[in-house]
Design a protein around this ligand. Structure first.
Ligand SMILES: *Cc1c(COP(=O)(O)O)cnc(C)c1O
Length: 285
């Protein structure tokens, strides 16, 4: 399988111009952040491996992307979860539904302590050194674009979960990379960076209040709808809504500077189906 450079598009949101790197459009099945992080596994052959094993939540983007990867490579896929909500079992939607259709074996048990030699373990969310391979490709696409378009003073933003993507982007890019913490808090994110690198970290933008990952917030729903209306682009509700709130605050504080702003759309919209059901239920009753 081959995928090409994802496009970069110009948009206006709330009267401010932004460039958007459309990694959500990288490929029909294998796109977004997790496609970049699992690129190493896509392009390399593992002749002695029959199965990939991972763990995490039953709705995760990583789970879905690994199911695609395993299907492409003809590998089995065992995915360990703590718990599958009964409504999801009865009514599979989103990442869970499509990962099952791709042949995932979902296992409601603790992750075993060891695996046989024919199994390859990938830790939750793809927070692994191997992720740097695909993220370097992404960084090079951005560098080439900026050179060709003669774009200077570029500030790049992407929201973080494990922080793996923003960390490696900063490593491979000559521009400042900005991010915000979506899964844990700012301290958690910094610890995550330190697990993989010693220095040269992205700039963490502070959130104005504490948010809990996966919970519903009216302002997340509002900015999601506003982005869709003004730009015609569907962004993810788990990371991008908070990402845009943080990034827009930052951009508004830099108004007199001559910066160009690039936002990286990291996909994840399959997960929106279940989130939108919950939002509609809560706010549009
Ligand atoms: C996984 C994911 C992220 C977070 O990426 P990290 O490398 O874990 O920081 C952000 N956005 C989307 C859509 C994702 O799927």
């Amino acid at each position: 399988m081959n995928y090409t450079n994802s496009p970069i598009q110009k948009i206006t949101f709330n009267n401010q111009k932004y460039f958007i790197k459309r990694d959500d459009l990288l490929h029909n099945d294998f796109s977004g952040n997790k496609a970049r992080k699992f690129y190493y596994y896509l392009i390399n052959d593992f002749p002695n491996i029959k199965k990939i094993i991972s763990s995490g939540s039953a709705q995760s983007n990583a789970m879905y992307s690994l199911s695609v990867l395993c299907k492409i490579k003809g590998l089995e896929f065992d995915y360990y979860v703590d718990h599958i909500a009964s409504y999801l079992k009865e009514n599979p939607i989103g990442n869970y539904k499509f990962a099952l259709e791709n042949g995932m074996n979902i296992i409601e048990k603790d992750l075993p302590n060891s695996f046989d030699e024919e199994s390859l373990f990938i830790s939750e969310g793809g927070a692994v050194v191997e992720a740097s391979v695909g993220i370097e490709v992404l960084a090079n696409e951005i560098k080439t674009w900026a050179e060709e378009q003669n774009i200077k003073n570029l500030k790049i933003f992407l929201p973080s979960g494990t922080g793996t993507t923003s960390l490696y982007l900063q490593k491979y890019l000559p521009f400042e990379v900005l991010t915000c913490a979506c899964v844990g808090d700012e301290d958690y994110l910094k610890k995550q960076f330190l697990e993989l690198e010693k220095d040269n970290f992205p700039t963490i933008l502070q959130r104005e209040k504490k948010y809990h990952f996966g919970k519903l917030y009216k302002e997340f729903y509002d900015i999601h709808k506003e982005l869709l209306t003004q730009t015609n682009i569907e962004f993810d509700l788990l990371y991008d809504s908070l990402g845009w709130i943080c990034f827009e605050n930052y951009v508004n504080s830099q108004k007199n500077r001559d910066y160009n702003f690039l936002y990286i759309h990291q996909g994840g919209v399959i997960g929106n189906v279940s989130m939108l059901e919950r939002y509609n239920y809560k706010y549009n009753k």
